[in-house]
Design a protein around this ligand. Sequence first.
Ligand SMILES: Nc1nc2c(ncn2[C@@H]2O[C@H](COP(=O)(O)OP(=O)(O)OP(=O)(O)O)[C@@H](O)[C@H]2O)c(=O)[nH]1
Ligand SMILES: [K+]
Ligand SMILES: [Mg+2]
Length: 429
Amino acid sequence: MALGAGDTIVALSSGRPPAAIAVVRTSGPRASALAQQVAGSLPPARQATLRRLIDPTDGNIIDDALVIRFAGPHSATGEDVVEYQCHGGRATVDALIAVLVRESGVRLAEPGEFTRRALANGRLDLTEAEGLADLLAAETDLQRRSAMVRAGGGLRVRLDRWREQLLSLSARAEVAIDYADEEDGSLDNDLSGALGDLSTEIRMLAESPRVEPLRDGIRVVLAGPPNAGKSSLLNALVQAERAIVTPIAGTTRDVIEVPVSISGIPFVLVDTAGLHESDDEVEAIGIARARQETSSADILLWLGAAEATPVHERLIVLLPKSDIPRDEASNHALPVSSHTGQGIPELSTKLVGLALKLLPRKDEIALVRRERDLLAEASDALARAASLTDPVLVAEELRVARTAIDRIAGRAGVEDLLDTLFGRFCLGK
Ligand SMILES: Nc1nc2c(ncn2[C@@H]2O[C@H](COP(=O)(O)OP(=O)(O)OP(=O)(O)O)[C@@H](O)[C@H]2O)c(=O)[nH]1
Ligand SMILES: [K+]
Ligand SMILES: [Mg+2]
């Protein structure tokens, strides 16, 4: 757990001053006592109350502010929380925070510490906290809507239900163990069926769209031999001269990433070095990177010969420089010309079409890799359990499934993960 978990924490939860109004939040065992001291008396819970804030040591007026108190455990953090909505000038905010943190047992909050306490106190689970982090970072409407589903408990409710089902299935397996001596000790068909059904249900969720393409943009990698016209195509797609284009083969040496929004969908176009055998040390490194990008691409644009097309799940084969007449024609390749613009709108449409398959539909949940992996783990354990007859082994597989589900919600083995997650939060959240 974070340093000084029992401290009362203070932070400016609104944006950087100056602003019209600033929200200073306090949470912890001393929050109410602090409010009493600074605001004169304890304001009623959950009612915005106008108070004159006074420095208790010298009686100086700090500000007139709206004070709202939330008594724990019915607060965002599960502890006593007091919010001060004061004037948003820097000096006012600084003066208020200085008076609050002067008390012993009170200190400034770390980034994300309010949410971390909410998690520790069971006010939200890890999937909701992650959704919240995405919500704070959301830049597009699609990102916002997806984050809302997660932050609103879209995954948590399912995990809670499955945890209960797993517990009751475990209880049934335990009963079978207890009666193993008296009867034949094998499981009833009912139980096997229930295990199989739950495995399938969890597997379906495990195959939900990933959060990452939505969060970071869908990676579209342009690959092909030198001089194929990769950089020119990137420039044509983003309608700006972002990558260097020359008639010299081997112009692009490093990976170039250009974020672009097409029809409101966030993409990252990735230009790469032309793939070929090279003796040049620098170029060889660039080519190795290009191969890496090609294999990790969400969508691959191939600008090379049809017979050399790499294997990829979401592939668009292009016939570049279509303005140049040539003999051979490929039925499978989409003709594009960065010079005349031929095929560019069709390519954009195809990109959007493939992207939509990677993104959550409206109200559909998106999962981070960790969640997908753990759900698959739980589903696998249940599938194994369904095929077993020895109740002792079934109980063991059920325990594996339960642990996986608990880890998704952040109830087990996630300390390192919490540090990374809360590092993404801003101060005061
Ligand atoms: N006629 C025609 N020429 C093109 C087209 N696209 C690119 N070219 C030309 O082809 C040459 C190579 O273009 P680049 O975009 O640099 O090709 P590249 O694949 O990025 O090349 P490397 O980075 O060196 O591997 C340049 O001289 C471009 O002007 C096109 O659509 N039509
Ligand atoms: K070139
Ligand atoms: Mg290039």
